[in-house]
Design a binder for this molecule. Sequence first.
Ligand code: PMP
Length: 390
Amino acid sequence: MQPISSSYLMTTTERPDPVLVRGNGSLVWDSNGHRYLDFVQGWATNALGHSAPEVTQALTAQAARLVAPSPAFFNEPLLALAQRLTELTGLHQAYVSCTGAEAVECAIKLARKWGRKQHHGAYEIISTRGAFHGRTLAAMAASGKPGWDQLFPPYPAGFTKVAFGDLDAMRKAIGARTVALLVEPIQGEAGVVVPPAGYLAALRELADEHGLLLVFDEVQTGLGRTGRLFAHEWEGVKPDILTLGKGLGGGIPIAATLGNARACCFETGDQGGTFHGAPLACSVALAVLQAITSPELLGHVRAAGERLARGLEACVARRGLLGSRGRGLLQALELGRPTAHAVRDACLAHGLLVNAPRDSLLRFMPSLRVTGSEIDAMLEILDRALGEAG
Ligand code: PMP
């Protein structure tokens, strides 16, 4: 085979040298035959691990049947998926798109439409500093990632930011033009930032008090990742609008925006997209949902999450790190020094893929089916890498 060059790719991100060719469960192989234990899992998209049999089976069966008839026609997997998602969330209707950013973009449009029709023309959305909602311009405007406001101005107007977890700040930011509050139940990209207990429930009350829409972006925390089907279930509250992505397709691009009966106000022509709701991805999402909602899986995620959390705590104590945090199989290690990239590279050299979203922080988001021995093997490599580079 010809050597593969990266020079034809636009420069957007730093990547290590290995070229990945194959995956199975928690393992992935590069073109030189090296094997890696994968605790990145496509940034938490491979909910069931690499090439999960259900995903492969649904893909091949649907590929042979009907792939993309266009959103101008109904298709069976789309109808079934919308129904299943509303059953699982208790929300009223779904819009199915391809990526998390599109799901958020759709949520923003839905909130603005609702504001125009139902809330005296209000359009402003209050989100949180450090938040990550995607890379379309409106999703970037809603995000609070440091430095992003400098990247591609001017951004769409109508977004206000407050500190994550600070209820008073949220209350004070509400004004006559406010239409919605938008938060991640746990800030994922910001470094698995868990808000104070009761924050989501208090946001629900605040939104109700002011007649606003509450939007939870569960692109990262949804679909079993935290040990409940949705992270908002930990506080027993429901949003008016919910975004899902990543794990929904088990690695295949699909995302969804759901709304309750109050919020669902789109009319013909308001939203669309060539690949939105295509049966290929919808049939995979149905298979993924079936696996995730099996009685054992969420219990497994909670147990595996505890094992991972205990292992990371031990690591903190042994290596004198700052701390660890997270919920279920979304965990982070706060190193307390800017060595995360060096530790990540040392892990790679020892056959482990981990993510370093910040200079001093590592994030762990394995397959929801990760085994206890895979977690232990990961912790062993991590400890060695911390010894060398941490
Ligand atoms: N929202 C959240 C909470 C996310 O974590 C992400 C992706 N990291 C997105 C939205 C955007 O998803 P995508 O990259 O699929 O557009």
